[in-house]
Structures are given as C-alpha cells and as structure tokens.
Design a protein around this ligand. Structure first.
Ligand SMILES: C[S@@+](CC[C@H](N)C(=O)[O-])C[C@H]1O[C@@H](n2cnc3c(N)ncnc32)[C@H](O)[C@@H]1O
Ligand SMILES: [Zn+2]
Length: 406
C-alpha cells in the first residue's frame, strides 16, 4: 500500500480504521479556541468519534448482504473523506461497487486519493455533486442502488425523498441524525418542521427521537407507495441511526402507516401510554393514574425498532472482525435484542428516585423484582438506568419504595 501524502493544500494525517488506512484532515491544526469543534472546522469533515457508527454500518451492510445473498451496489452521497464507503468496499463481502460523493471539492479529492491508496479504484467511484442531484440521477428503475447510507450534518430529512427513490425494491437504507436538540424536544418547532412530528422532553426522549425519525421515513416512503421495515435502530453519544428495508407496494406502505401513532405522557406522575392513529382514548386526554393533563409526542413510529434475526447476523459478523469498539458493539447489540419486544418508552430510575427522594437502586435489582411480580421488564441500550416494563407508573413507584424498605 503506498502512503505518499496526497497533494492537498491543508494538513492531513493517516489513520487506520477497520481494515483501511485513509488520509484525514489533521484535526488539531484546525482548532483555534479550546471550545472549537475540530471536525467541522477542518476543510473536509472527519470525526474520529463516529468510528462506532461506521463499525455498525459495516456490520449492518454485511448482514443485509447475507440476507439478500447476492452482490450489492452501495452509495454514500455525503461521504466526507470517503472512509465509510471505502470500508464498505474493503470489509463487506459481496459488494459489487460503491459510489462515494461529496459536494465539497476538497472532500471529493481526498476521497479519490483514499480510494487509490486502498487499491479500490476499480470498485469505488468518487463524485463531486449535490447529493439530491446525484440521487435523482439514480431514481429510475434498474438504475437504483441496493443500499444507501445517508450520513449528514444534522438532519437526514433534506435527502430522504431522493434517497427513497434511488433505492431498489427490497433495498436497504441507513440514516444518521445528529440534530438531537430538535428530536429530543429542546427545539420542538424545528422537529415539527423537519420530521413532521412533535417531540417531548421526557427522560426517554432518545427513544422518541428514534421513533420520530422512523415515522418520518415511513410517511415519506408512503408517498411513493413504499413500505419500511426497520432492522436495526439505536441512539448513542450525540446521534441516532436507523437501518430499514424499503418494500415497494401500496399495501406495504399502508401497513407501515398503520404502525404510526402517538405517545401520551403525564409530567406529574410519570404515566405514559401509546395511542394508535385511530385515537381511541377512553380518558379524554387526562392522565388515568392522577387526572393531570397529558402531553403527547408524535405522530411517530410505534412499531418495532429492530429485528432480532438481523441483530444476530450483526453479532456473528462482529465476532469475525478486529474492531476497536467490539465490546461496546456487543453490549449494545445484546441490549437491543433484549429490549426489542418490550413496550414503547422506559422509566429512568434516577429520575423516579430523585422525584421520590429515594436512593437509586441498581437496574438489575429492579429488573429482578419486576419479573418476580410477573411484569415484563428489560434493560435498554438508550440509558444505563432505563427500564422498559409494562408496569404502570404507580406500580413502578411502589416497587421502588419496596427496594428501599427491603
Ligand atoms: C457528517 S459529514 C460525512 C461524514 C462521512 N459520512 C463519514 O462517515 O466520515 C457530511 C458531509 O456531507 C457533505 N454535504 C453537505 N451537504 C451536501 C450536499 N447537498 N450534497 C453532497 N454532500 C453534502 C459535507 O461536505 C460533509 O462532508
Ligand atoms: Zn399522571
């Protein structure tokens, strides 16, 4: 492998990630003040913290390829230095070709160089277009990609329509959202504008965020008579990711839309419940546990966030690879498998105990007691102190009081 420095007019350095080596901007050269966020100060975007995101992307892409069991074509329309697309070509078995693209000319040149550096010029192409323009060129039948990875700054919604149209029937779409302030209810108006759903600043806002993104994907795909099937979704650090299969057909779209609805929440007593699109609510918008007014989040996705078999495929792929974050990947996958049949929303022990003036018990102890009492209960990857359960807020609070008394 040649490691000659590319003729790029800004400081770069070589980094190893997964099985590739790529030139990236030398981030410390672009930090002027300590509070500067280096990845967005550099002339080409590169964020080393997103290695976990890219590791998961490689595993999910491989799991998808194993599922369909044929050669796949992939496009990464917002590629930065190209690291993600290059990893797909190098690390995923059964990839026919990858198209990486970025509107930034410096990113395009660096990606092109990195493709050569990894000896992938025959299977990876770089382009320098606006992502929506590029995707529109691949929107016709037989031109479409098998898989697309949309990894933008902030929200993926400006690229959703063209991405959905550029994926073949049965194809695979991966989305990143880093605009957690709107999605978690800090800027609700921005969330409504971008995702068409109202967020809610609750202790389980990260799950609401994932459900809002999937809901927006389902609603956008439905316009084109396309249904969605989420295979793997998670939220960690400062972002969330959604991986879904797109299936063509009006019935598939209708089935997806039937999984949309609302989450109702009581800020007084922690009660929460889901409400499907038919609005069959018996208590007139008042909390059935304490009588206070309920607030709501949505419309959002009330269906499953991940698929067990797909997570197992990803686990198998993870075991085969030398990934720096292997332990963390395995932990997240194990939690996601555990929680995928649990009800929507979770209780956060710190929050409940804080309100009740109680010491915080271990999540494992609460889990054990809930199961002993016959409730459904699981941990969640969304929060180390989070518990998913069908126990009501009142029952949860009683149980917490018992753990202190015991
Ligand atoms: C978060 S970065 C991508 C990081 C990359 N996917 C990775 O894993 O390292 C987002 C990229 O989108 C590019 N971009 C922003 N708007 C674009 C547009 N309309 N069309 C194409 N690229 C765009 C930016 O130049 C930036 O490189
Ligand atoms: Zn209440």
């Amino acid at each position: 492998m040649k490691t000659r420095k590319p003729s790029i007019d800004f400081p770069v350095e070589i980094v190893s990630e997964g099985e590739v080596k790529v030139f990236v901007p030398k981030l410390e050269a672009f930090v002027e003040k300590p509070q500067d966020y280096a990845p967005s100060k550099a002339p080409v975007f590169y964020n080393p913290v997103m290695e976990l995101n890219r590791d998961f992307a490689v595993l999910a892409m491989q799991a998808y390829q194993r599922m369909v069991n044929r050669e796949i074509t992939i496009c990464e329309p917002l590629a930065g230095c190209g690291i993600r697309g290059i990893r797909f070509a190098k690390e995923v078995v059964g990839v026919k070709n990858v198209l990486v693209n970025d509107i930034n000319e410096k990113a395009f040149k660096l990606a092109k160089y990195n493709i050569e550096l990894n000896g992938l010029s025959e299977r990876v192409n770089a382009m320098n277009e606006d992502a929506n323009f590029l995707l529109a060129c691949y929107g016709a039948p037989r031109k479409r990609f098998d898989a697309l990875d949309i990894d933008p700054f902030g929200s993926p919604t400006p690229f959703l329509d063209s991405a959905i149209r550029a994926i073949r029937d049965g194809g695979f779409l991966a989305l990143t959202a880093t605009d957690m302030a709107p999605l978690c209810g800090i800027c609700p108006k921005a969330c409504l504008r971008k995702y068409g759903g109202k967020p809610l600043r609750t202790e389980y806002c990260h799950e609401i965020a994932v459900r809002l993104v999937i809901g927006c994907l389902a609603a956008t795909a439905a316009k084109y008579e396309i249904g969605i099937n989420p295979l793997f979704s998670y939220s960690t650090d400062h972002y969330l990711r959604v991986y879904a299969i797109l299936q063509h057909g009006a019935e598939k779209a209708d089935r997806s839309l039937s999984k949309m609805g609302y989450i109702l929440h009581c800020f007084k007593c922690f009660h929460r419940e889901t409400l499907d699109k038919n609005f069959r609510v018996s208590h007139g918008g008042k909390c059935p546990e304490c009588g206070a007014n309920l607030d709501f989040a949505g419309p959002l996705w009330l269906g499953k966030l991940s698929n067990k078999e797909f997570c197992i495929l990803m686990e198998k792929e993870a075991e085969k690879r030398k990934l720096k974050s292997l332990r963390r990947i395995q932990k997240i996958l194990a939690l996601i498998k555990e929680e995928l049949n649990a009800p929507a929303t979770y209780y956060v022990l710190d929050k409940l105990c804080d309100e009740m003036g109680l010491p915080v018990p271990s999540a494992k102890k609460v889990l054990y007691l809930l199961k002993e009492k016959g409730f459904q209960a699981s941990l969640t990857h969304f929060n180390p102190k989070g518990i998913k359960s069908d126990a009501s807020a009142e029952e949860m609070k009683k149980l917490l009081q018992m753990t202190v008394a015991a």
